[in-house]
Design a protein around this ligand. Structure first.
Ligand code: HEM
Length: 526
């Protein structure tokens, strides 16, 4: 063949192939650069399947791009790795909105009726002013969890945590064997839901709590939504059990004696005329938010504090110095741990807690592009999804330094402020409109558990060979913002030397509790 004809044929074929792939990918060169892939689309699907929450970190490590495009079948994604761009996205909450996704998913995940879906979708883009379930819910969540509004929730939660630890502490000289994650799950499910739902809490019934966790394990097939009655049968049955319990709760006015958070959220639902059957169904989403992350966060904080004997000794000394001891007229000794005092005087405990959250944070807040918008010179197209994976930001050595992959308990000490990146790089609680409103409550709960544990108990793993070897977390559920361990860690618990029989332990948090500031929004204009 004439070499010129050959060249023309080959370059024509390459151009046509390129255009065909472009068409398939529907990629516009003004969009963020495409993430590299060996086989279009398939490589991403395989990568996400194999590497789960680490896949986008791999892509970022290969490209260094602050934002890149990942085309998936039927859905285009923009993945953002730069904390500055994430903040800019969160500020533009109309162009990049969470609400259409939340409302869509609440019907898929909760199984609410068509009638309610229409109510949930009403004014979801906010074009018609600041009303509708989506908008009003954010306000109710903020108001119901403000530090000045959660005194009662704190009190109920701490009472439950204290009494669980009373039951856990073995008599002098004896050992109790527990599975640490399971113990925390039972204890914190009870403490958190009792604080949020009040005395008529549906999760007082263990079978309802078990049904919730069965549902949580099976969310993915429900989200994928292909023949859910076949592939998500157990999770759907568990969901029905939870929603029946909530139906009974609301029709018996259980919410009236519950926390302000529950009352405000119920007010939004009834003002917008959601039927009670659907309010009961949708509440499973509320339980996901309040439960799913606190338990692994408490687990890993306890885990990393105990895995390092020198750290444990230093944190113990900090906590010990904060405990008030009082002897009553009858000789009873009361040991009081005040969370406010801990926050003021235990910098290493706080730093280790925040480092744990950095280390095991793996959530991916999502937004929908509601109109074609330019961001940092790139075109983001209407209908695409934006993903902002915490793991990518938290494992970036350019931000955190060469020791980014190490657990460094001192990283967040006040004196190390100049050697760590600005607050917006800490993403475990998200940010912007959906910044976790429960972060102060969760922090109080986790600090309480860890402080009481180190003050009262000694704990060591039963499997001496593995010791404090961290479990993998590949099977973390779809709703998780924190890695969940793939295996439980069995531990032997003993009473600490010097802790006497008959001591009364009280954990409290004063009214107007001072918050532990971790996210940029908590620092205001500083
Ligand atoms: C360590 C524990 C927790 C972590 C790491 C965590 C993390 C998060 C994150 C990252 C988001 C934003 C998700 C997104 O933008 O897609 C979020 C939202 C939320 N969290 Fe938390 N959370 C925790 C505990 C709690 C607790 C204890 C509560 C309630 C008492 C709570 C209530 C909520 C609610 C209601 C939302 C939705 C906010 C909205 O849509 O406006 N969280 N959480």
């Amino acid at each position: 063949m004439d070499p010129r004809l050959w060249l023309a044929t080959v370059s024509g074929a390459v151009t046509l192939g390129y255009l065909a792939i472009r068409k398939l990918l529907d990629y516009d060169p003004r969009e963020p650069p495409l993430a590299p892939q060996r086989i279009p689309i398939i490589s991403h699907i395989i990568g996400l399947y194999k590497r789960t929450y680490n896949y986008y970190s791999d892509v970022y490590a290969a490209t260094g791009a602050p934002i890149f495009t990942v085309p998936l079948p039927g859905q285009k994604m923009y993945v953002v790795s730069s904390p500055d761009l994430i903040q800019s996205i969160q500020r533009q909450h109309r162009a990049f909105s969470i609400d259409p996704i939340l409302m869509k998913f609440s019907s898929i995940i909760a199984g609410s009726s068509k009638e309610s879906d229409a109510i949930l979708q009403h004014n979801v883009y906010g074009d018609d002013g600041d009303h509708g379930v989506a908008h009003e819910s954010h306000i109710a969540l903020r108001d119901g969890t403000k530090p000045s509004n959660i005194d009662e929730m704190n009190r109920d939660m701490l009472r439950e945590v204290s009494s669980s630890l009373d039951l856990l502490e073995p008599p002098i000289g004896q050992t109790k064997r527990i599975k640490l994650y399971s113990w925390l799950r039972t204890t914190l499910t009870s403490a958190t839901t009792r604080a949020v739902y009040g005395p008529m809490n549906p999760y007082n019934d263990q079978s309802i709590a078990d049904a919730f966790w069965e549902f949580e394990q099976g969310i993915m097939p429900i989200i994928i939504n292909i023949l859910p009655t076949l592939f998500a049968r157990k999770a759907i049955a568990a969901r029905a059990k939870v929603s029946q319990a909530f139906y009974k709760y609301y029709t018996s006015n259980g919410q009236e004696s519950a926390s302000l958070l529950t009352r405000l959220r119920y007010g939004v639902a009834t003002r917008n005329k959601l039927p009670v059957e659907d309010i009961a169904k949708i509440e499973i989403g509320g339980t996901i938010a309040i439960m799913v992350n606190t338990i692994p966060a408490a687990f890993w904080t306890l885990f990393y504090v105990h895995a390092n004997p020198a750290l444990l000794a230093s944190i113990r000394a900090e906590v010990e110095a904060c405990i008030e001891t009082a002897r009553g007229e009858d000789g009873t000794v009361t040991r009081t741990i005040n969370i406010v005092t801990l926050k003021a005087n235990c910098p290493l405990l706080l730093s280790s807690y925040q480092e744990t959250l950095r280390y095991v944070g793996m959530g991916t807040p999502v937004r929908e592009v509601t109109q074609d918008t330019y961001l940092d010179g790139y075109l983001l197209k209407k209908g695409a999804l934006i993903q902002m994976p915490t793991r990518v930001v938290h494992s970036d050595p350019k931000l955190w330094g060469e020791n980014v992959n190490d657990f460094v308990p001192e990283r967040f000490l006040p004196e190390n402020k100049s050697s760590r990146p600005k607050e917006s790089c800490f993403r475990t609680f998200g940010g912007g409109k959906t910044l976790c409103p429960g972060r102060h409550f969760a922090t109080n709960e986790i600090l309480a558990v860890v402080a009481v544990f180190v003050a009262r108990l000694e704990m060591e793993p039963v499997d001496k060979e593995k010791g404090w070897e961290a479990p993998t977390s590949w099977n973390t559920g779809a709703a998780g913002q924190i890695m969940a361990p793939d295996r439980d860690v069995e531990v032997d618990i003993k009473r600490r030397e010097g802790v006497e029989e008959g001591w009364r332990w009280v954990v409290r948090v004063d009214k107007g509790d001072k918050v532990f500031r971790m996210v940029t929004e908590d620092f205001g204009d500083e």
